[in-house]
Write a protein that binds this ligand. Structure first.
Ligand SMILES: Cc1cc2nc3c(=O)[nH]c(=O)nc-3n(C[C@H](O)[C@H](O)[C@H](O)COP(=O)(O)OP(=O)(O)OC[C@H]3O[C@@H](n4cnc5c(N)ncnc54)[C@H](O)[C@@H]3O)c2cc1C
Length: 528
């Protein structure tokens, strides 16, 4: 087989947040980009996060000031560009003197030296100091700062055991992680990138300084070869496999796979704030209002054997998280209360840290030319830093092709996000007025998912029946068609677990009906 067509400037391997963020940035600078994702967009780590745009309060204990500062500043930049899929959230951190540091953080080592009588406990003044840093490092404009909460009187105290008298409350942001990935892919395509899902990069051979890359359609098995100047390896958990087995480089950098799991229960508390619980083992756990009627609890840190082992939330992890939150909740929960779990694998740069919790969450970018043409390998990173990471990749690309235009993505809205953070409620009201048949929850869901594009999804409909087949839980054919035509969805799972989270509400039979509809639609398109 020989290479076909033009030479692409970039071939991006992986349609997670980092690959899609790089594709968008590169396409916007006029580079020709092809992105190949072997499964669905965001099918791996990027739909399995805790879904926070956050500085990472915990990382202050590791003195990761660069990462925390960059992430804190980035929160508001991202929020402005996507006020539909991201929103400010307040975090309530109940204080109790028994809370302990993980024993090998730089902070705990310092405290053990100078205040050995604390025996690893986190003193209140240190938490306050950390929050003061958190408030000031990142130049907040939209997000409110830290306050103290009297749990005996505040509504946030009701869900907690009475032994918690005081809490601190600080700001971070929520983001719909899987939608963030898809919107970056859509914007990349709108700027000229070619986005190929269900397409695996099976090999790449360097020839005369260019890459001949073999792409395999995972549905039909058909292969094609394309040529590219540079490969961006955004393979996430597979980054090491791509280095070794696909591009055959001699790079010695390696990845550390750390699994994190979450559990979802029915809603455990009435307010819309999130809890930040600290354990006596030095770890932390979030309990977050989720999808209106649910609570999301996570996460864990477990070494994970290999990228091809599907990450699952083990019974031990489930029990650990249940016990963790039960140390705080007034009404204890049990594993029977769990309605859904998910797990993802953090593709961390192997910095030789002793524990999974201690391994750096910062990203590392490496240019590797040992195979005869350039590859940029991406390790680690966070959802929160994806845009800055993409800029970092572009800096490395500009070393290879010096005429590249400068940075452009800060403040440029993602599709549907062309309105101010303060206008969300007005947008929901506008939509409800334009489509009076929508319930309040439905209108909210549409704006939160699609922003101003919600009008395009609903089109000229005057009644719910104009939106075609009703699959349940407000999912209609009009939305499914949009997701298949504009958002790369091709299976029911793509829709019910990534483009939306309606899998939490739809019955098994309803999902089967959706799958049948999608297959029929695909077959009809193929027959045309
Ligand atoms: C439990 C957990 C909680 C987290 N919480 C947060 C949080 O709250 N906030 C935050 O900022 N960050 C968080 N993160 C970190 C964040 O989720 C990850 O850093 C980020 O999603 C990594 O994205 P990625 O694009 O590098 O990898 P991925 O999303 O895994 O994407 C890699 C993609 O590459 C594809 N691929 C691999 N090999 C090939 C190939 N040969 N051909 C084609 N495609 C290929 C895969 O199919 C995959 O889709 C969390 C991570 C975990 C695990």
């Amino acid at each position: 087989m020989t290479a076909e067509g033009d030479i692409r400037d970039l071939l991006v391997i992986g349609g997670g947040i980092n690959g899609c963020g790089v594709a968008r940035d590169a396409a916007g600078r006029g580079l020709s980009v092809t992105l190949a994702e072997m499964s669905d967009l965001a099918s791996a780590t990027s739909s399995a996060s805790t879904k926070l745009f956050h500085g990472g309060l915990r990382y202050l204990e590791y003195f990761e000031f660069r990462l925390v500062r960059e992430s804190l500043i980035e929160r508001e930049t991202l929020l402005r560009a996507m006020p539909h899929i991201a929103w400010p959230m307040r975090f309530v951190l109940p204080y109790h003197p028994d809370m302990r540091f993980e024993s090998d953080t730089p902070t705990s080592k310092l405290l053990n030296t100078f205040m050995p009588w604390m025996r690893g406990r986190r003193p209140a003044w240190l938490i306050r100091l950390g929050l003061l840093l958190y408030d000031t490092l990142g130049g907040r404009k939209i997000l409110p700062g830290t306050t103290t909460v009297d749990l005996a009187t505040a509504p946030e105290g009701r869900a907690l055991q009475p032994r918690f008298a005081k809490a601190y409350e600080y700001s971070d942001c929520w983001v719909e992680d899987a939608r963030l990935v898809v919107l970056n892919a859509r914007d990349a395509e709108a700027r000229g990138a070619r986005i190929m899902t269900r397409t695996q990069v099976t090999s790449a051979e360097a020839q005369g300084g260019l890459w001949n890359v073999t792409l395999k359609d995972t549905r039909t098995g058909a292969s094609q070869i394309i040529r590219a100047r540079t490969i961006v390896n955004a393979g996430g958990p597979w980054v090491g496999d791509v280095i070794r087995d696909t591009v055959h480089s001699r790079s010695t950098d390696s990845v550390r796979l750390v699994r994190g799991s979450h559990i979802v229960t029915r809603r455990l508390f009435g307010h819309d704030k999130c809890y930040f619980f600290q354990g006596t083992d030095g770890r932390i756990m979030f309990a977050i209002p989720y999808e209106t009627d649910f609570t999301l609890i996570g996460t864990t840190d477990q070494e994970h054997e290999g990228p091809d082992t599907p990450p699952v939330c083990t019974p031990e992890e489930q029990a650990y998280m249940v016990d963790f939150v039960n140390a705080y909740l007034a009404q204890p929960i049990s594993v029977e209360d769990i309605v859904w779990t998910y797990s993802g694998v953090r593709p961390l740069y192997d910095d030789g840290s002793s524990s999974a919790t201690a391994a750096t969450r910062d990203y590392t970018l490496k240019v590797d030319k040992t195979a005869g043409a350039p590859v940029i390998n991406i390790f680690g990173g966070k959802i929160t830093t994806y845009r800055r990471l993409a800029e970092g990749v572009m800096d490395l690309v500009s070393d290879l092709s010096p005429d590249l235009p400068g940075k452009w993505t800060a403040g440029v809205p993602l599709p549907g996000g062309d309105f101010a953070v303060s206008e969300v409620e007005a947008k929901i009201a506008d939509l409800a007025r334009a489509y009076p048949f929508l319930s309040a929850a439905w209108a909210r869901r549409m704006i939160r998912a699609y922003g101003t594009d919600a009008h395009n999804v609903l089109g000229t409909a005057k009644a719910a029946s104009d939106l075609g087949q009703d699959f349940g839980a407000t999912l209609t054919a009009a939305e499914v068609d949009w997701l298949m035509d504009r958002e790369y969805a091709s299976t029911a799972d793509d829709i019910v677990w990534r483009r939306t989270k309606l899998g939490l509400r739809l019955a098994g039979q309803e999902i089967t009906t959706l799958e049948t509809y999608m297959q029929r639609r695909d077959n009809a398109a193929a027959a045309e």
